[in-house]
Design a protein around this ligand. Structure first.
Ligand code: SF4
Ligand code: SF4
Length: 439
């Protein structure tokens, strides 16, 4: 049988060293630091003050505007500060610190809904919004917005993304094996909310055990299909996933809903199921702590706001001399400068590389080999975006479609001249956005 995929992409070493390690529960942290900005959109507004006592699952930050997300405390205890704190995605930002009382007492709003299957789609959207659910694949886009397409858009398909194409990461892989039933329950709830009947789960072929478990779970469900996809990066990128499964192309500047599709990560489906059935807001997630720079790599279920240093200690500490600490995967992750940063909703993993693995080669002149062009999954010309970016010719970059770049990193990964193509394109995108805003 033909294994479906997309044009372009790269094949970095998989390095899935934790794929057979069952998910462990990280012990309750003594303290959590919960940023009010953990999602795409406007930061939440704090609804508590220093000195307040809070219970697990209580809302402590209120969404501001349509693209924003509620924030909840992941432990019970006392609010000890509301101030700027190091953030894993950028400069320090406002965060709420809670010292644990060790009791993990749940807030009364966290309660089971035995009649969840009777809920109207709008009631489900409201639960998802209230629970502060965002995309758990890394992008952290508020999920209730994706579940509320404009009335003039016809959605006929839901795709669950179980590709986890980034090297090293295995949290979604483990979830598909260990939480199979709950993920499919989440998929059913999404399908009901969007009133669609056609459902797919895309999984890369290197996760045969997950494919088998998910196929077993959906047997006899005529509207669902588990699709085995080629192991290739960035197979899990929304546009590439849609192309591979449905052969539909999201237009330049467009969104999946332009081709009738909503894509959700498998972890997000699980979070939706937990919120709708158990009344549980998004206060924990599974992450992969991995790489040759950590003694005991693991897949951990952790409370939001747990500090990176607590997880690294739990995994036995550094192995060798640390060279680089990355939040997320090797290709799209964010380098960290302190271990005092907390887990946020979009944290898929912590990758620890040793000093020997960090290769800082000086960029060389472009040799016009076109490997970057071949690898670009959305048909851009990264070498020219790089050349114009270096010369700060932002309008040229715009003409070449810089805003369509998904920052997947394939071009920079494959470039023999080690030109920092993604950084140059990111800069171009910022500059284009700035002058468009001014206009
Ligand atoms: S891969 Fe690098 S060296 Fe080759 S054409 Fe692209 S930018 Fe130039
Ligand atoms: S130009 Fe953008 S989308 Fe294309 S390969 Fe490079 S980072 Fe990926």
């Amino acid at each position: 049988m033909r294994i479906r995929s997309f044009r372009g992409g790269v094949h970095p070493p998989e390095e899935k060293i934790t794929s057979q390690k069952p998910i462990q529960e990280l012990p309750l942290p003594k303290k959590v630091v919960i940023p009010l900005s953990q999602h795409t959109g406007v930061p939440a507004r704090p609804t508590v003050k220093v000195g307040d006592r809070v219970k697990t699952g209580q809302r402590i930050g209120e969404a501001q505007g349509p693209i924003s997300s509620n924030i909840h405390t992941s432990i019970s205890g006392k609010i000890t500060s509301i101030e700027n704190h190091p953030h894993p995605l950028g400069p320090p930002s406002l965060a709420i610190t809670i010292e644990s009382d060790g009791r993990d007492e749940h807030h009364p709003s966290v309660k089971h809904n035995n009649d969840y299957f009777k809920l109207h789609p709008n009631e489900i959207r409201e639960i998802v919004r209230g629970a502060g659910i965002v995309g758990l694949g890394g992008a952290a886009f508020p999920t209730h917005v994706k579940l509320s397409p404009p009335e003039d858009r016809w959605i006929d398909t839901v795709i669950l993304n179980g590709c986890e194409c980034e090297p090293y990461l295995t949290c979604d892989h483990r979830l598909m094996i260990e939480k199979t039933y709950e993920i499919i329950e989440g998929l059913k709830i999404i399908a009901k909310t969007l009133e669609v009947t056609s459902c797919y789960v895309g999984i890369e072929k290197n996760k045969e055990d997950a494919i088998k478990a998910m196929r077993e779970e959906i047997r006899n469900k005529a509207n669902m299909e588990i699709v085995s996809l080629k192991t290739k990066y960035p197979q899990g990128s929304e546009k590439q996933l849609i192309e591979a499964i449905l052969n539909r192309k999201v237009p330049s500047g467009g969104l999946p809903l332009d081709v009738g599709v909503v894509v959700q990560n498998v972890g997000t489906a699980l979070a939706i199921s937990e919120a709708v059935k158990k009344g549980r807001p998004l206060i924990e997630r599974v992450i992969t702590v991995t790489g040759r720079g950590i003694k005991n790599p693991a897949n951990l279920r952790v409370r939001m706001g747990t500090l990176f240093k607590d997880m690294i200690d739990y995994c036995g500490g550094f192995a060798g001399k640390p060279g680089k600490i990355i939040m997320g995967g090797a290709l799209m992750g964010f380098a960290q400068h302190t271990l005092d940063v907390p887990v946020i909703k979009g944290t898929t993993g912590i990758l620890l590389l040793t000093e020997d693995e960090v290769n800082i080669e000086e960029p060389q002149p472009c040799i016009k080999c076109a490997r970057c062009v071949d690898s670009c999954p959305i048909y851009l010309l990264p070498l020219y975006l790089g050349i114009y970016g270096e010369k700060e010719l932002w309008r040229k970059c715009e003409e070449l479609g810089a805003l369509d770049c998904t920052e997947c990193g394939c071009c920079a990964y494959i470039c023999p001249a080690r030109i920092p193509l993604v950084q140059l394109i990111k800069l171009a995108k910022q500059e284009i956005a700035a002058y468009r805003k001014k206009k």
